[in-house]
Ligand binder design. Structure first.
Ligand SMILES: [Zn+2]
Length: 365
């Protein structure tokens, strides 16, 4: 098997490869069509779910792609590789692990090369309790005018002002200000929304349907959520997905090793975030640790963070300036593509090897 054959350069082709590989593997497929949005080529959009193995298997290992839209080109290719891996499927069957592959949690962003969804919402900040007051992010408000200036690319003066702010406050402050999530500016960056989005609701439907074992609790539930855009090129950083709890972190490191980083203790390249997707699990299936759960994000590095953030700034600038001409639109889209996907065989092979390794470790024996 060539790893590169598993990957695609459009949502429609990625989806077709996923569906074909799932059918060939004998998976049960379920489609959750998007009710309103269309793709970049006006193609239909959906979240597709492939269940490999017995529906009532005691263990479930879920692998999600495309929570961050355009990051799905990586995760989708890895999912196709898993579906084509007969040895891995046999190991899962023997251990009575059902593999649950959720393709393109944010299909709109996947197709349109955006990290956010059709509502400009960052899904990985959207799993909040919207009945409670939403957190304030004054640092974002402070830096927002510098992030999204009136012209793109930024003028020299705008660029200098941003560099001065970063020099004064530090790169960690900048990364947290931008990426922690904000709930005040619906057209801004890393906006977490003011209500549960369609993808949020649908992911919880999927968890409600597959998270339990025919009405009984699963003996275990493992979750690997594939992302790109942070960290060294080609390295998949396993980032702990769970509450700020030492026992739960230790349990997660038992599964995936001591290389698992945490945003709570500063060991991760990720800033501390609000409303992240793993919260869908307790929101749907009940509070932890009632459920035997362990989960990680696998965050594959692409370009240096400054370049990734610049691509995201351009993307949001375009969102605010829909009248931009076609050339500028194409340049901004290209920068987004390059920031979240490395179009080379060594990167793709490295992704597949690391995702396969993480799935093997996630098999409860
Ligand atoms: Zn991501």
């Amino acid at each position: 098997m060539r790893a590169s054959d598993c990957f695609a350069q459009s949502y429609a082709v990625a989806r077709q490869k996923f569906l074909d590989a799932a059918r060939a593997a004998g998976a049960a497929l379920t489609e959750f069509p998007h009710p309103t949005a269309l793709g970049r080529e006006e193609e239909p959009l959906a979240i597709d779910v492939a269940l490999v193995g017995a529906p009532d298997a005691p263990h479930c290992l879920m692998i999600t792609s495309g929570i961050h839209g355009t990051e799905g080109y990586c995760g989708s290719g890895a999912q196709v590789a898993l579906l084509r891996d007969a040895t891995l499927r046999a190991a899962c069957a023997e251990a009575r692990v059902a593999l649950l592959l959720v393709h393109a949690v944010n299909p709109y962003g996947f197709s349109h090369l955006r990290r956010v969804n059709e509502d400009n919402v960052d899904l990985n900040r959207n799993f909040m309790d919207f009945d409670q007051p939403l957190p304030d992010n004054p640092a974002y408000a402070e830096v927002a005018p510098l992030l999204l200036p009136s012209q793109w690319p930024p003028s020299q003066a705008d660029h200098t002002a941003l560099m001065q702010a970063i020099a004064a406050r530090g790169m960690a402050w900048y990364q947290a200000a931008v990426s922690a999530g904000q709930y005040q500016d619906p057209d801004g960056m890393f906006f977490g929304g003011t209500q549960a989005t369609w993808s949020n609701y649908t992911l919880r439907r999927i968890l409600a349907r597959y998270g339990s074992n025919g009405g009984a609790e699963r003996a275990s539930f493992r979750w690997i959520d594939i992302h790109t855009g942070l960290g060294p090129r080609g390295y998949g950083e396993p980032i702990y997905m769970g509450p700020d709890d030492a026992a739960q972190l230790a349990r997660t490191r038992e599964v995936w090793g001591n290389g698992v980083t945490s945003m709570y203790d500063g060991s991760s390249t990720s800033a501390q975030l609000n409303g992240v997707a793993w919260l869908a699990l307790p929101q749907t299936l009940g509070p932890l640790p009632l459920l035997d759960y362990a989960g990680i994000a696998l965050e594959f590095g692409t370009l240096p963070i400054a370049e990734v953030l610049e691509a995201l700034r351009g993307d949001h600038w375009l969102h605010l300036h829909p009248d931009a001409d076609e050339n500028q639109r194409a340049l901004i889209r290209r920068a987004m593509w390059q920031a979240f996907y490395i179009d080379s065989d060594d990167w793709r092979e490295s992704v597949v090897a690391q995702v396969t390794d993480a799935v093997e470790k996630g098999i409860v024996r």
